[in-house]
Design a protein around this ligand. Structure first.
Ligand code: UDP
Length: 329
């Protein structure tokens, strides 16, 4: 299939591009390179650089490349920033997506795969999280993703758009061959920051909150390998052949891992000690988030290849140790 990967130069999008190629599809990348890296896109993959707000160009691209399905990864992803600068998130994550969807309808492209998030659930009443639980985001990042999910439902009814919205838990790791990995500026995620503390690029690692009602007092998260995420995106293609399909899936391993366990895994994989400083809780952090992904396992035959934090960290370290400054500027 000819697949437009919007945000294909970003962390998850670039891994998906490689999985698409491996599965015999033809990816085309659209990325404005605000946060993406041109070097993350393999040579030979058609690459276009413009904003989704340029709807005429999006529509033209969909037609000229004979796109049959669109995957949309392009979004800002910092929860804290979404609280201090909500308009940035409403315009980029929500308005830009509506432009993309309108261009798709104009070009007659009716299959869509959307990157949603466990942040749409807010603070869950029970764990693990299942797809049918109420969604009540506690920050604009989660709200913009939920708003898009709701727009997609309406478009499925009104226009027969078929879509899958994947609610990611904590994406982590890097491609097994070490070719591409995670490079955010600024970096706020626990695993890359732990590598920097292990290698001495940072003096220490702050652990945000040690008084949570969890076994070791630190937050529990569900880390899922970026290639496992990518494979689910491709496994859903068959189900999108049906007009008006409206699909929602959690993607996580279902295994809760504490921040202290992540740090221990990084120390073990890197063979280095991390200087840890106990710091206050970070605003907006629920104590525990982990997924029930049995729906994706059942309906998509989705199997997790990397079920534990150590194997995930090992792939991330392979890339990070070879690219300590990321893709470079
Ligand atoms: N975290 C931490 N120190 C850091 C960065 C993150 O203790 O320097 C914690 C954070 O508070 C959360 C967990 O690590 O409990 C995962 O955070 P991350 O930002 O990696 O992902 P999120 O869960 O926010 O998507």
């Amino acid at each position: 299939m000819n697949v437009l990967v919007v945000g294909g130069a970003g962390y998850i999008g670039s891994h998906c591009v490689r999985q698409l190629i491996a599965a015999g599809h033809r990816p085309v990348v659209l990325d404005n390179l605000v946060y993406g890296h041109r070097a993350a896109v393999p040579a030979g993959v058609p690459f276009f650089k413009f904003d989704l707000g340029d709807e005429t160009s999006v529509e033209k691209l969909l037609r000229s490349e004979k796109i049959e399905l669109v995957m949309h990864f392009a979004a800002y992803c910092y929860v804290g920033e979404s609280v201090t600068d909500p308009l940035k998130y409403y315009f980029n994550n929500e308005v830009a997506t509506l432009h993309l969807l309108r261009a798709m309808l104009a070009a007659g492209v009716k299959r869509f795969v959307f990157s949603s998030t466990c942040a749409t659930y807010g603070t869950p009443a029970t764990l693990p999280i299942v797809e049918t639980m109420p969604q009540a985001p506690i920050n604009p990042y989660g709200q913009t993703k939920l708003d898009v999910e709701n727009a997609l439902k309406a478009l499925a009814l009104a226009h027969g758009l078929s879509f899958a919205a994947f609610r990611y838990f904590n994406a982590a790791g890097a491609s097994e061959d070490g070719a591409i990995g995670e490079d955010h500026t600024p970096e706020t995620h626990l695993i890359p920051l732990a590598f920097d503390a292990a290698t001495g690029r940072r003096a220490q690692l702050e652990i945000f909150g040690t008084d949570y009602p969890t076994p070791d007092g630190t937050c529990l998260r569900d880390y899922v390998h970026v290639d496992d995420l990518s494979r689910a995106h491709i496994a859903v293609f068959d189900r999108l052949a049906k007009p008006g399909a409206a699909l929602f899936y959690n993607l996580g391993t279902g295994r809760p891992t504490s921040n202290r366990e992540v740090i221990r895994a990084v120390e073990k994989v890197t063979g280095r000690k991390i200087k840890v400083v106990e710091a206050p809780r970070r605003a907006g952090d629920p104590a525990a988030l982990y997924a029930d992904s049995s729906k994706a396992q059942r309906e998509l035959s989705w199997k997790v290849k990397f079920p534990d934090i150590e194997s995930i960290v090992a792939t991330a370290w392979k890339w990070h140790s070879a690219h300590p400054t990321g893709y470079g500027k």
